[in-house]
Design a protein around this ligand. Sequence first.
Ligand code: ADP
Length: 494
Amino acid sequence: MSERHDRAVVTVAGVAVDTRHWIDGRRVASSATFPDASPMDGAPLAEIARGGAAEASAAVTAARAAFPGWAATGREERARILHAIADGVDKRTEELAAVETADNGALLRSHRRGVMPRVAHNFRFFADWLLTLGHEDFETRGHSNHVSWDPAGVCALITPWNAPLMLATWKVAPALAAGNTVVLKPAEWSPLTASLLADIAAEAGLPAGVLNVLQGYGEEAGAALVSDPRVARISFTGSVPTARHIAGAAAANLVPVSLELGGKSPLLVFADADLDLAVELAVEQYDNAGQVCLAGTRLLVESSVAEEFTRRFVEKAATLRQGDPRDEATGIGPNIHPDHVARIDGFVQRALACGARAVIGGGPNTELGGFYYLPTLLTDVAPDAEIVTEEVFGPVLTLQTFDTEEEALTLANGTRFGLAATLLTGDQERADRVTRQLVAGTVWVNCFFVRDLQAPFGGSRQSGIGREGGTWSFDFYCDVKNTVTAPKGFAHHG
Ligand code: ADP
């Protein structure tokens, strides 16, 4: 490692961003860098420090050294610092939003009004939850039982590019609240806001080494980090193939691992549903240009209303303006990277070649250039077709019809995923019956994307392992201990 790095600090959207790692409370360069470009137009943004085994090890060493001090810091003090981080996020909302949009292409208005306030809330919520965390003592034959949540140690947090700071802080906040120290490895396609978070945390008084940010490619920095035997917890959000590598590394060291993976979630529309609501929620699945793990990408619609639903859906989708994510009027922006757009188009072209029909879209937006994919709806797809069973992670939905509840459930549960399901029906009994049989970590009934941080969040089947949120987060990020004391536990003997 060296302190040299040609343009260590760059200006992105008017904001100064350090492109180096943040290790032990200082900036650290690497001898190599990798390029980061904007999905808005492909313009180069920065050359980012390309970490490898040495930097990963240095970050874990720093986190390990900072652990005893932070673990011993009282809950109130930890909570106070987390609130100060939240204040720092609030103060820099506009800057964070502008940088995130430049870096990952998601809508500026949503970063400003939804995402960054939520980032601050991640810190406030887990700080407050920490102060109420507890389990009533109970007795066993006169012995008292006392449950406590001990911090586990160094947490390796590996995050994706579709909601960079939001998903990073959803892990960083509970891990720190619990008294752990952290090495965060953001995705190489969206590395910038993690660097700003390091600045904010330092300004808030988080001690050196408690939060470290390691930049670099997954196969280099990420792989080295998760295989370090000093790591006590691994939390990952990303794709299934990468999860297999990470689970392998976790297995070698027998480290608890939390995996939040992809989905191919169904959105079920029964004939008794409010069709306007159904159409509105269906079109919402194009949010973030379809790069949302929770997206209900399989529209399953009862046959008797399918034609009417499709007509209204097409009408509504036509009002979505595609373009610059900084523009208030834009409804759908670019995808993250030309490679990703090529991957999305591969899925669509293979589906079309197999007989699918594009009701809308079906290819890149040729007017806007290589990063923009047209919102697409495909029909005439077989239940076992690749486009129905594999995650596309782009603005591509399929529509299938059903005649009975059983058929709807068979289709809904018919993939290897089980992240979420959205159900539209006017019949509460049906909602209860169907919900019970859906394989999904989250079910939304007549709504979508309502997420409370105290709710368990995670996926079934290959959508993940474990749940995070509220107490579930503390269960994961802590070594939970039960202390049993004898009735005369403190009597003197002899
Ligand atoms: P994508 O959604 O682009 O397929 P991935 O699931 O591969 O993303 O990436 C999510 C995160 O995992 C990124 O931060 C990436 O750098 C990281 N990553 C990729 N491969 C590995 C690996 N072998 N070990 C650890 N982290 C990895």
